[in-house]
Design a protein around this ligand. Structure first.
Ligand SMILES: [Fe+2]
Ligand SMILES: [Fe+2]
Length: 182
């Protein structure tokens, strides 16, 4: 059986790798070193489409509503939704400064500050989903329901990201990893 939580945990792995890359990029920006605009643009697109639209989309429109049917889970779900919203604010902060970015200018610092905030937020958020929320989902949702949710995930991924794009994003991760983490 394909588990919806396993799919999300796998995506968390990709997002965590991007957070590590962003940490190095933020250090370079703060030190006034040049970071290629193309790399910053790829980071923003990855966060907007892969992390937010696709991954958070699966959680917000498919998994969370099912878990929120149990009143005991509602407070927890609301906390997670609030964190997704804060994440969007950080991404917007990075995207807004991108057009004016030049090494060492205030926009470089603004991008680094928002990247730091996003890294801190998502690191805790992902840890909490993996260790608190997903075990609840595995326990409370029937096998049939989990299979149904997984199918909905596949449809959303196809509709939101489209054919081939997922692989392309993983290619970007590899490219940025060898540039900043090796
Ligand atoms: Fe989440
Ligand atoms: Fe998540």
């Amino acid at each position: 059986m394909s588990k919806p939580t396993q799919d999300l945990i796998k995506e968390h792995g990709g997002i965590m790798l991007m957070l590590s890359i962003m940490g190095k990029v933020a250090d370079s920006l703060r030190q006034g070193q040049e970071v290629k605009r193309e790399h910053l643009e790829k980071i923003v697109e990855f966060l907007k489409n892969f992390a937010d639209k696709c991954h958070h989309g699966k959680e917000e429109s498919i998994l969370f509503p099912e878990l929120a049917k149990n009143i005991a889970n509602q407070k927890l779900i609301n906390d997670f939704l609030g964190e997704h919203k804060s994440g969007r604010d950080y991404i917007r902060g990075i995207a807004e400064s991108l057009p004016q970015y030049a090494p060492g200018n205030p926009d470089a610092i603004h991008i680094a500050t928002n990247a730091d905030g996003y890294i801190r937020l998502l690191t805790e958020h992902i840890k909490k989903e993996n260790t608190v929320l997903f075990p609840i989902a595995d326990k409370e949702l029937s096998e049939e329901m989990q299979t149904e949710l997984f199918k909905k995930f596949e449809t959303l991924e196809h509709d939101v990201i489209g054919e081939g794009k997922h692989e392309e994003y993983h290619g970007w991760l590899k490219e940025l990893e060898s540039e900043y983490l090796s």
